[in-house]
Structures are given as structure tokens and as C-alpha cells.
Write a protein that binds this ligand. Structure first.
Ligand code: SF4
Length: 364
């Protein structure tokens, strides 16, 4: 309700928490880098100007938390090829304008292909119900959207419906970032949305293996600040701990039926995350049981993209998502690359760091 929302935006509470953060930083006595892995966290931080009230030595950066941004160019090319071959391709609005090697789905639609923007996997299945043509759902997103895609596939969708999965799984990406020698992360603020499905218990192995604290946080200003306080307490105590700072939504186990359905329909496979790395077990592909609904099985997808836009080579979106750079370090930021005319995916998606930074006027 609105009251609940206000409670988590209370300026007095925010001030108490920022004072607590400052006190913790004084105790720690050296700079601390925190990485969050969620576009919604970046939006909250930018929207409420949280960076301006954080202690100077506390840096909070966004990692690979934008699923649209990590969708690899060849995956976009596959969707474009399917649309150009006369199939109806349905996808989320955020994906529509993401550049593939040569074109985006928006470009394909301008050239006459039938591309539909949908809000959910079930809406894509409804289109298949109404149309005679094959409808391919270009499915992107983390656990939060993979679970609903799985639910649609498990519920006996129309025969002319299939899924081109570009779903990704967050935990292995955190491992890759934690292993990168030039990324220095003292703690992770894990995404509350994904943890609603997977449960926070999932991070236990990560915490012990990488000796790095993880706190699951929500998306109101008080949620973010409270999670940061818990993270800094771990850092101060030199403790690789795990905490759930989003207890009103996240449990240790998560949503077990949704999680089970997800692992029935999908299996994890190694795959390239755009600009970041080849990540083991981080791409969700359809399991054998659902192969009939796998667009990659059903169609002979012939991807033969031309040469990429030379500007694309200058995009440092991958470095930004690995926590190695900020958007304003990109020479194209706000100049050649804008939301109207994006060069990289980080400028397209509402969860993309570049777009968020530009929207909130430079460094938020
Ligand atoms: Fe890539 Fe554009 Fe961001 Fe630069 S500003 S890193 S080109 S998305």
C-alpha cells in the first residue's frame, strides 16, 4: 500500500541509516566497494539520489544486473532471423530496440517483419492462440521472468508457440565477477526480485567459496540503505556472512513451486554474456522434455549478420557491468550514444546503467 511505501522512504530513517553507514566507514577506515546486481537497485539509487548521501569512500556500482544488456548479439540476431523468415516474434519492450550485429528487432519491423511487444510470456502464448503463423517468444530476463516463461510452457501452450530462450541465471555471473582480477568487490547487494524465486539460501555456497558477504536487499531507499548497513557490518567484522534485508518478500527457500517449475523447463548451460565473458551454467535453455517448444530445435535458424557498426567496438558496456568502469567514462555516452539512438544495450533498457545515468543527469 501507499503507507508501506512511505514507511520505506521516511527521510528521518534514511538519515539515521546514513549516519550509521558513516560510522561503519569510520570504523573500517578504508574505501569499500559494493556491487549490486540488479537494474531495479540502480534505478532506486539513481531516482532517490542515494549516491549523494552515501559516505564518500563507499562506492556502490552496478554489476551484470541488466538481463537485456547481457543478451548476446547473436541471440538478438537469431530473433531477427526468425522474424525475417515470416514468424511472429514477440518480446519485451526493453528488448525491441537492442542492436544485434546488424539490426534490432525494431529495424526488422520497420522492414516489414511482424514483431510484437508483450508484457509477459502468457501474452505471447495468447497471440499464438489467435494467429495461424508460428509465434516465437524471444524470452529474456533472469529468474524473475524465467519462472513465468516456464509456467507458460508447462501449461500446454498452443502448438504454434515456441520460445527462443535468452534467459539468464544470476548466481554464476556473480562468481565470474568475483573472480575477475581487476574487479575489486568487498560485498554484494543481491537482487531481491530474483531471490523471491530462488530464496536467499542459494547464496550460501557463494559466500563461503568467495569469502565475500552477500546481503539480499529490496528496492525502496530504506531497503537499500538498510542492506548496505548490514553489508558494512560484515565488512567491518571481516566476516563473509549472508543476510536477508528484504524479509517482507524473500525467504530462505524462495518460491519452491516456481523454482521447481523453472528447473523442469530449463537447464543451465554455458554461454556468452554480452561484453562480459563466457559464463558456465548461466544461460537457461529448454530441457529435452520441452524441446518441441524450443525455437532453436523447431527452426533452422540461419544467422548471417553482416558487419557490426564500428561504433559498437567502442562500447564499454561490458566493463561497466563487470564493475570496472562508469558510464561517463565511455566516449560515446550522451553524445553518439543516446536512448533515442543507442549504440550499446546499456543505453536501451530501462535497467541499463547508461540509460539510468543519462536519465538522472550524469552520475546519479
Ligand atoms: Fe555502450 Fe552507449 Fe554505454 Fe557507451 S554509453 S558504454 S556505447 S551503451
Amino acid at each position: 500500500s501507499g503507507d508501506d511505501e512511505l514507511q520505506f522512504r521516511d527521510p528521518e530513517k534514511a538519515e539515521q541509516l546514513t549516519e550509521r553507514l558513516q560510522a561503519l566507514m569510520d570504523d573500517i577506515g578504508e574505501p569499500v566497494n559494493v556491487m549490486h546486481v540488479c537494474g531495479s537497485h540502480e534505478q532506486a539509487i539513481a531516482k532517490f539520489g542515494l549516491r549523494s548521501i552515501l559516505p564518500d569512500d563507499l562506492t556502490v556500482r552496478m554489476g551484470p544486473g541488466c538481463p537485456v544488456c547481457v543478451t548476446n548479439m547473436p541471440e538478438v540476431d537469431e530473433a531477427v532471423a526468425l522474424a525475417e523468415n515470416g514468424n511472429i516474434v514477440a518480446t519485451y519492450g526493453d528488448m525491441f530496440r537492442v542492436p544485434g550485429t546488424e539490426k534490432s528487432l525494431a529495424d526488422a519491423r520497420d522492414e516489414g517483419a511482424d514483431v510484437r511487444v508483450v508484457y509477459s510470456a502468457s501474452e505471447a502464448a495468447e497471440i499464438a492462440d489467435e494467429e495461424d503463423e508460428d509465434v516465437v517468444f524471444f524470452a529474456t530476463g533472469f529468474e524473475t521472468t524465467a519462472a513465468p516463461t516456464a509456467a507458460v510452457l508447462a501449461a500446454d501452450p498452443p502448438e504454434n508457440f515456441s520460445v527462443l530462450s535468452a534467459h539468464k541465471y544470476v548466481p554464476p555471473a556473480m562468481e565470474i565477477v568475483a573472480e575477475m582480477p581487476d574487479t575489486d568487490v568487498d560485498g554484494f547487494l543481491a537482487a531481491g526480485h530474483a531471490a523471491v524465486i530462488t530464496g536467499y539460501g542459494l547464496f550460501e555456497d557463494f559466500v563461503s567459496e568467495y569469502d565475500t558477504p552477500v546481503v539480499v536487499g529490496g528496492f525502496e531507499p530504506i531497503d537499500v540503505l538498510f542492506a548496505l548497513v548490514q553489508l558494512l557490518e560484515f565488512v567491518r567484522d571481516d566476516q563473509a556472512g549472508l543476510a536477508n534485508a528484504y524479509q517482507r518478500c524473500v525467504t530462505e527457500e524462495g518460491n519452491v513451486p516456481a523454482k521447481d517449475a523453472m528447473w523442469d523447463v530449463f537447464e543451465a548451460e554455458s554461454g556468452e554474456w554480452r561484453g562480459i565473458a563466457e559464463i558456465p551454467d548461466a544461460n537457461l535453455v529448454l530441457s529435452d522434455e520441452y524441446a518441441d517448444f524450443d525455437a532453436r530445435e523447431r527452426f533452422d535458424i540461419d544467422v548471417d549478420p553482416g558487419a557490426a557498426d564500428p561504433l559498437t567496438e567502442q562500447c564499454i558496456c561490458g566493463d561497466i557491468m563487470a564493475g570496472k568502469a562508469d558510464p561517463d567514462e565511455c566516449e560515446l555516452f550522451g553524445e553518439e550514444c543516446t536512448p533515442q539512438d543507442p549504440v550499446g544495450a546499456c543505453m536501451v533498457s530501462s535497467e541499463g546503467t547508461c540509460k539510468i545515468w543519462l536519465e538522472y543527469g550524469g552520475q546519479p
